[in-house]
Design a protein around this ligand. Structure first.
Ligand code: XIL
Length: 261
């Protein structure tokens, strides 16, 4: 397809959009399905592309059997899921989004099934569990609206500092970067740099820049400027290890389905 033709020549890194999420990989308790994720890994290996594993623990695309577990079973199930999936992909992914989108916009933690069962301790527990399964993978917390300096990124920064001081093997911060045309935060470079200064990698993990249709020549020019800004910000931070676009091309983007118009 056109999508693969573009991927084959223009990309050297790949993230599975859905194929490694919990609802695909463990649709029922203890029964695993790595076929879709393996297809992505096979493409990567044939093209010398790095793979970002995405993701191990997230409140969304989480099967009902997990969200309806009795509280005292959640930790064991979470650890088994992480261990089994990270072991399956050991040596094949250079990074894992171990924790996806843990924060609310005000910087508090989401009250999801993991938080309700374990409190904030689930975060360190998940990262330690992933590290035991794949000690060479860079282990990330990945979130959106943390690209600039704000309440949410401040809370993440405090959490990262705490984890590092406690010896938790956190390795990187993923800045999803689902932007609106003209709204790339001016503090993005400084924000990435402050995380890098903690000794963490940073990455732009899910870049897109949506335009309210119909697009005009000026909105398209603004979009080009936005992409330039983001790539230049990453290039300016030595520990910014890559820019991943969310979807190979506009024809394979989640944006029209999720943000109509
Ligand atoms: C999106 C996928 O692109 C869609 O196909 C799916 O229906 C919903 O999830 N943040 C993330 C990604 O971390 O996993 C999400 O991907 C987009 C927002």
């Amino acid at each position: 397809s056109g999508e693969m033709a573009i991927a084959n020549v223009q990309f050297d890194m790949v993230t599975p959009g859905n194929e490694m999420k919990w609802d695909t990989t463990e649709p029922s308790n203890g029964s695993y399905n790595f076929g879709p994720g393996d297809q992505i890994v096979n493409w990567a290996q044939a093209h010398n592309a790095r793979v970002r594993g995405h993701n191990l623990v997230w409140h969304s695309q989480l099967p009902n059997w997990v969200s309806s577990l009795p509280t005292n079973q959640v930790q064991g199930v979470m650890e088994s899921h992480i261990t089994t999936e990270a072991t399956h992909y050991k040596g094949k992914v250079y990074a894992w989004d171990v924790i996806n989108e843990p924060f609310n916009e005000d910087g508090s933690l989401r009250q999801d099934v993991f938080y309700k069962a374990m409190g904030s301790g689930y975060l360190a527990d998940a990262i330690r569990t992933a590290h035991n399964a794949d000690p060479n993978a860079k282990l990330y917390i990945n979130d959106y609206n943390i690209e600039g300096e704000n309440a949410k990124s401040n809370a993440l920064y405090t959490l990262a500092q705490q984890m590092l001081s406690q010896g938790v093997p956190l390795g990187g911060i993923g800045l999803e970067s689902h932007f609106i045309d003209g709204q790339v935060p001016s503090s993005m470079l400084a924000n990435m740099q402050r995380f890098a200064n903690l000794g963490l990698d940073v990455a732009v993990t899910e870049l897109d820049d949506r335009i309210q249709l119909p697009a005009s020549s000026s909105s398209l020019q603004q979009q080009a400027n936005d992409y330039t800004t983001v790539v230049n910000d990453c290039l300016a931070v030595s520990r910014c290890v890559g820019v991943s676009q969310w979807g190979v091309d506009d024809g394979h983007s989640w944006i029209p389905g999720t943000f109509p118009g």
